[in-house]
Design a protein around this ligand. Structure first.
Ligand code: X2X
Length: 332
């Protein structure tokens, strides 16, 4: 027993002698925080990107990932990436819109019909307008947005059959002015909570409902605390991969290229992962006890229009962003 202890104690020293390069700290140690469980494609592809960056930079750049709200909720991580306490963060468009209002443009209710329209807009004019605005806020946004997905409404009670069923619904929404406005226009009682608080808020019935894309309902196990899911597709939501501006500019150009190529390529793969996941996730969630229905969007759209939702947000976003969105999806 004693012998074993001695051998174990000697090991670290030997390992260091054998591999001096591994023991050396990276020249650029970059922290990346996000709000999703490790099993979500966003984390799987980020991990791959981090490995590629370490390899291609010969260990000069190390990206250290802090998933699942380890560093705090979205509001905390947004403050951290602004101050430089972390270098990277992936806020949803809804969340970064608290700092860069035009970033919520992709979340206008029922704007996108499908993914072709989504990527045409976000890889085109709409995305360009948002990235420029993010840049003006002192942050750098990588070219390729990552997918969160079309948001769906889950409840602990009856399925949402049409917009009438939204009346008085106590529903959690992200910390997002657009989400609050939209669910109020639908007659609900929305409450903004960070994602880190959603599971327990549903479990303890602080709220009765929430809305998120199906892959999140799956990986965050929200089906354990919800009964039914209406495939409403009411908002398309994505993640902006952003960097602290000063830290980004502090990287040499060749390292910037390695990092941005790895992150943008990983983002494109992550979009495909979500697309693939979307084909199996309903069956999986059904097997876990969630029931599904598919309400028509018509009554929701009509209620939003009647409440002045589209008119208000057209003014708030302004003609450039609204025009770019309509250029991708048609007149709203
Ligand atoms: O908080 C949410 O609902 C989430 C995970 O979808 C976002 O990041 C906006």
């Amino acid at each position: 027993r004693r012998g074993a202890l001695r051998t174990a104690a000697a090991l670290p020293a030997l390992a260091m002698l054998g591999a001096p390069r591994l023991a050396r700290a990276a020249e650029f140690e970059l922290k990346y925080g996000n709000n999703l469980p490790l099993t979500h494609p966003l984390n799987i592809r980020s991990q791959e990107a981090a490995e590629r960056i370490a390899r291609e930079s010969n260990g000069r750049v190390e990206v250290k990932i802090f998933p699942n709200n380890q560093l705090g909720g979205d509001t905390d991580m947004l403050a951290q990436v602004r101050s430089g306490a972390i270098t990277f963060f992936t806020p949803s468009a809804l969340v970064i819109a608290t700092l860069v209002p035009v970033a919520a443009i992709n979340a206008v209710g029922f704007a996108f019909a499908d993914y072709d329209q989504v990527w045409k807009a976000m890889d085109g004019k709409v995305g360009e307008i948002v990235r420029t605005a993010i840049g003006k806020a002192g942050l750098y946004a990588f070219d390729k947005m990552w997918d969160n997905g079309f948001r769906q409404i889950t409840t602990s009670g009856q399925p949402i059959s049409d917009a009438g069923a939204m009346d008085g619904l106590k529903i959690r929404v992200p910390v997002s002015p657009l989400s609050i406005s939209m669910f109020k226009a639908l007659g609900s009682a929305p409450a903004s909570l960070q994602f880190s608080e959603v599971y327990s808020a549903l479990q303890t019935r602080i709220v009765d409902a929430q809305e998120n894309p199906l892959p999140i309902i799956q990986v965050a196990k929200l089906y354990e605390v919800q009964k039914s899911c209406a495939l409403s597709n009411h908002i398309w939501d994505g993640y902006w991969f952003i960097a602290n501006g000063r830290a980004w500019r502090g990287l040499p150009a060749d390292m910037q290229k390695i990092v941005s190529d790895a992150i943008n390529d990983a983002g494109l793969k992550q979009r495909e992962d979500i697309r693939t996941l979307n084909q199996s996730v309903v069956d999986d969630l059904k097997s876990k006890g969630l029931s599904f229905n598919s309400p028509s969007p018509d009554s929701f759209r009509a209620k939003l229009r009647q409440a002045g939702f589209y008119k208000e947000w057209k003014e708030r976003f302004g003609p450039e962003a609204w025009g770019a969105l309509e250029g991708a999806v048609g007149t709203l």
